[in-house]
Design a protein around this ligand. Structure first.
Ligand code: PNS
Length: 163
């Protein structure tokens, strides 16, 4: 069983890592697919996001990190997978996840979306919230894997030095 866990991962949080670790136990092979979205400005480049994900998942032998652009269903075909995994935090995710799952199945009938319920402690954790806290100098280490938190702190320090 091959599954794909797609997302922006800008940056990957403890919540994302929890979903990756739990999915890796459910499937034979998991591809974490980082969206390279040319229309959306991200804090981290796609290369940085892929690199960080590789570091934080190095203990998981059946997890692979890749980037994709364009439609997720086209990537699914290329990866020979029909299973999409997404984390489901709280009701605020409901409309968005339902819409994506329905659109993806409309585009590719065989595709199944599995929503994994996030651990309670990560229910309200998001990359956007982490970026906001980090931007204003707040402590984000509790929300992020160590490698990601170090990277982010460094990135904001460098941009402050430039100003
Ligand atoms: O982490 P995110 O930003 O919630 O992830 C969203 C993602 C990358 C899964 C979604 O935007 C996506 O699949 N984009 C690729 C374009 C696509 O296939 N769109 C149609 C389905 S919504």
């Amino acid at each position: 069983m091959r599954a794909v866990y797609p997302g922006s991962f800008d940056p990957a949080t403890n919540g994302h890592l929890d979903i990756i670790e739990r999915s890796a136990k459910l499937v034979d092979h998991l591809v974490v697919a980082v969206l390279n979205n040319i229309n959306k400005t991200s804090l981290l480049t796609v290369e940085e996001r892929v690199e960080l994900l590789k570091k934080i998942t190095s203990h998981l032998s059946n997890v692979e990190i890749k980037s994709f652009s364009g439609l997720l269903v086209d990537f699914m075909v290329k990866e020979k997978s029909t299973i999409i995994i997404r984390g489901f935090r709280a009701m605020l995710d409901y409309e968005y996840e339902m819409q994506m799952a329905q659109v993806n199945r409309q585009l590719y009938e065989e595709v199944e979306t599995i929503l994994l319920v996030t651990k309670y402690e990560y229910s309200y954790l998001s990359s956007s919230m982490v970026k906001e806290v980090a931007k204003f100098g707040g402590d984000v280490s509790q929300f992020l894997p160590k490698e990601v938190s170090d990277f982010l702190i460094n990135k904001f320090k460098k941009s402050e030095e430039k100003q």
